[in-house]
Design a binder for this molecule. Structure first.
Ligand code: 5AD
Ligand code: SF4
Length: 440
């Protein structure tokens, strides 16, 4: 028997990359690789990268620099770069870091096994195509390992929205939805392997428009209703959504589909209409607020989450105040805020930039407000009973941890439950990042 080769994958960026890394590990599993948790004993190191902000991309080059010594000690070690930096920079990566053997974009990683074989023959392998074939179909039929209780499932990729700051339409390409029957088959397979909660992923997941079994076009809501019928699947989530694609049937599903969890990540980016227009968002602050009213009318306890960019080109203090006002009005359970990062090739990169010190100051003020809101909402959970899907043992002996329907991390001491169980938990205490409870 040959000893398996070891694969170390490091994942950066969004949940779609987490999903893609799992698929790449499965693909290379067919080449005799098993995963290892450290680069030190690896035969192949694969960085699955993110290009969304400048810092994310720069991190890759410094990480690669760290592997120089490893490669010098072990010339057989293969180093690969996958994901959105690979797509955006292509050959440039090998020019800047000649020790890189393989560069593969997010749409071509089903070709990894054959690319890996080429690197073993001493060649360099580069593939950043947008091929016609369905990479997920090409990756089917891999060994079926038991899974934890939660999983991601990519249903849609790419984006046609072209927000003025964003590289996604260039790195991930145009919107493509996977057909319904393939998604259902993958969901059933995940459930057989122990999964109880599936998060449907897409850069613009609520723009989902895949072909149904009868050839008709499905909406995301229709797909969710089909998944609702999968026995053993208890929870459905989806991310990330665009406000303009929140269709009536999806809003309604939040009120009527019991498996659909009361949590919605709905980025707005800014509260200023001037900035939203310059961002090419095609919605206003007011239309976003009215949309949330409708969503909350369907599901009053829904927990809202969002993304914000501060210091977008030409953003004034008054524009920023409008963002603070919007956050005050919505009251987010979670929100992610970023300082604008110039991305070459995007329209906003050409506009007059905001002073970085001013942008830093705005980011701090916004994050302060968001943290206060998150804390208030977490504190308001004390005394309430939530349903927790238990995912893993906690840090203390006998403790179990999981997530409530609102995605809050909850831990329970001496919990008479196993991994994968869902149980009602009364919240007794709220800390900065988690809630403590007792089985009700
Ligand atoms: N600069 C800062 N943040 C950005 N995002 C996307 N592009 C940029 C950029 N150029 C943020 C948006 C998006 C999230 C995934 O990343 O808020 O919703
Ligand atoms: Fe980027 Fe806008 Fe598309 Fe989201 S909707 S991926 S922010 S272009």
């Amino acid at each position: 028997m040959t000893t398996p080769k070891k694969l170390f994958i490091k994942t950066y960026g969004c949940q779609m990359n987490v999903y893609d890394s799992e698929r790449m590990a499965e693909a290379l599993g067919g080449q005799g690789y098993v995963e290892t948790q450290t680069p030190d004993d690896a035969d192949m190191i694969l960085l699955n990268t993110c290009h969304i902000r400048e810092k994310a991309a720069e991190k890759i080059y410094s990480e690669l620099g760290r592997y120089k010594g490893l490669k010098a000690d072990k010339p057989d070690l293969k180093i690969g770069v996958a994901g959105c930096v690979a797509q955006a920079e292509g050959q440039e990566i090998m020019r800047r870091q000649p020790m890189v053997d393989l560069v593969v974009g997010p749409q071509s990683y089903h070709r990894l096994p054959e690319m890996e074989a080429r690197t073993r023959a001493g060649e360099k392998a580069l593939d950043t195509d947008f091929p016609e074939e369905d990479k997920f179909e090409k990756l089917k039929g891999r060994p079926k390992a038991q899974r934890g209780p939660t999983a991601f499932l990519t249903v849609q990729e790419g984006c046609d929205k072209f927000c003025a700051f964003c590289v996604v339409p260039y790195t991930r390409g145009a919107e493509v939805s996977r057909p319904v029957d393939r998604i259902l088959a993958e969901a059933r397979d995940l459930v057989e392997r122990g999964v109880r909660e599936i998060t449907l992923l897409g850069q613009n997941v609520n723009a989902y428009h895949g072909a149904g079994p009868d050839g008709s076009e499905y909406t995301l809501a229709k797909l969710i209703w089909d998944l609702d019928k999968v026995d053993g699947l208890e929870r459905i989530r989806f991310t990330t959504s665009h406000p303009n694609d929140m269709t009536d049937d999806l809003i309604e599903a939040h009120g009527t589909c019991s498996k659909l969890m009361p949590y919605l990540h709905l980025p707005v980016q800014s509260g200023s209409d001037t900035i939203l227009k310059r961002m090419n968002r095609s919605h206003t602050a007011d239309s976003y607020l009215r949309l949330i009213e409708r969503i909350r009318a369907a599901r009053p306890d829904i927990l809202m989450s969002g993304d914000f960019i501060v210091g977008f080109p030409e953003e004034t203090e008054a524009d920023f105040q409008a963002t603070l006002d919007l956050v005050e009005e919505v009251k987010y359970g979670y929100a992610y805020s970023f300082k604008y990062s110039t991305r070459p090739g995007t329209p906003a990169a050409e506009r007059p930039q905001v002073d970085p010190a001013e942008a830093d100051d705005r980011l701090q003020r916004l994050q302060g407000l968001i943290t206060r809101q998150q804390r208030d909402i977490q504190n308001s959970m004390v005394g309430r009973t939530v349903n927790v899907l238990f995912e893993k043992p906690g840090r203390l002996p006998g403790q179990m941890g999981g997530k409530s329907e609102y995605l809050h991390a909850v831990h329970v001491a001496d919990a008479p439950v196993g991994i994968g169980d869902i149980a009602p938990v009364r919240i007794v205490d709220a800390a900065a990042n988690s809630l403590a409870g007792v089985i009700d």
